[in-house]
Design a binder for this molecule. Structure first.
Ligand SMILES: [Zn+2]
Ligand SMILES: [Zn+2]
Length: 302
């Protein structure tokens, strides 16, 4: 998209040009330097200010200052237009360069990285962010893909409140999980419905419920009060919790509760095998073994 600016572009002087390090914005004491981001007056006063990064500055013999700029585009100025995930302060760093009179500079602004912007405690009028570069001719973006969140599978719009599930760590829009923003703000903890139902299954089966021989799937949860450092440092490898090698399956942190020390036995082990071993342990009353390891063995049917 071609951008136009008010007239007053100084015709190129034949001699006496010199590069400038800084320029004081007319009518202010604010100094801008190469590399700074600035707001520039649009030719159409009904439009929001343009945002640009100053790439260079030079003055002619009559001290008229010109700035070489690289434009930031607002989402609505891009070929694809504004999308739902674009924030109000989002800008795209374009490949569109221009030369303008320094007189059109209205003020300075800051274009943050996306990460830094999301960490701002207060967003001022001069704060913007950029997470994409934009090719003005083709409408292409770099990067061309971005992480998505929530059930709606949308990229993060920092203007929208989201809540993080303590289980799966995904982020959710309150509206997508049947909550109002007010309700979401009051939450101390949030667990998404999927993680909550998984949790219910676990809770209802939490116990030494020795089940029938016809177990199809058996899950072992080993809740360790003080699981050995060795075990923690061998995540993903095969080992047993005791020297008789009762369990030979791969252990990995339970994604639902790794923080509380619950580990899930890998599913590669034949369910019948786990079931038989578990029952034999309990039948023998050999829990001292596990108690010695400060472990609690739970046999859960799923
Ligand atoms: Zn959503
Ligand atoms: Zn979840």
């Amino acid at each position: 998209m071609a951008k136009t600016r008010p007239g007053g572009l100084i015709s190129k002087p034949k001699t006496g040009k010199r590069d400038l390090d800084s320029y004081t914005i007319r009518g202010t004491t604010k100094v801008v330097r190469v590399g700074d981001c600035v707001m520039m007056r649009p030719s159409d006063t009904g439009r929001p200010s343009y945002v640009a990064r100053i790439e260079g500055m030079e003055a002619d013999s009559r001290n008229n200052v010109k700035v070489r700029v690289r434009w930031y585009y607002r989402p609505e100025e891009s070929l694809g237009g504004r999308r739902q995930f674009h924030g109000a302060k989002e800008l795209f760093l374009s490949d569109h360069y221009d030369v303008q009179s320094a007189h059109t500079i209205e003020g300075k602004c800051i274009v943050h990285s996306f990460k830094n912007y999301t960490k701002l405690e207060n967003v001022g009028a001069e704060d913007y962010y950029c997470r994409f570069e934009y090719k003005a001719a083709t409408g292409g973006f770099t990067p061309d893909r971005v992480a998505v969140y929530c059930k709606c599978e949308m990229p993060y719009n920092p203007d929208d409140l989201m809540v993080q599930c303590e289980g799966c760590k995904d982020w959710y829009h309150p509206a997508c999980v049947d909550m109002t923003i007010e309700e979401a703000k009051k939450l101390d903890h949030f667990v998404c419905s999927e993680c909550a139902s998984d949790d219910d299954v676990k809770r209802s089966q939490n116990g030494f419920s020795v089940s029938s021989v016809a177990d199809v799937k058996v899950r072992l949860l080993i809740t360790c009060c003080c699981i050995s450092v060795l075990m923690l440092s061998n995540v993903g490898r095969t080992y047993g919790v005791d020297k008789n090698t009762i369990f030979t399956s791969t252990l990995f942190p339970d994604p639902l509760s790794s923080s509380s020390g619950i580990w899930r036995v890998g599913r590669k082990q034949a369910p019948e095998e786990i079931s038989a071993v578990s029952r034999s342990v309990i039948a023998q009353g050999d829990l001292n073994l596990l108690a010695g390891l400060a472990c609690r063995l739970l046999v859960c049917d799923v």
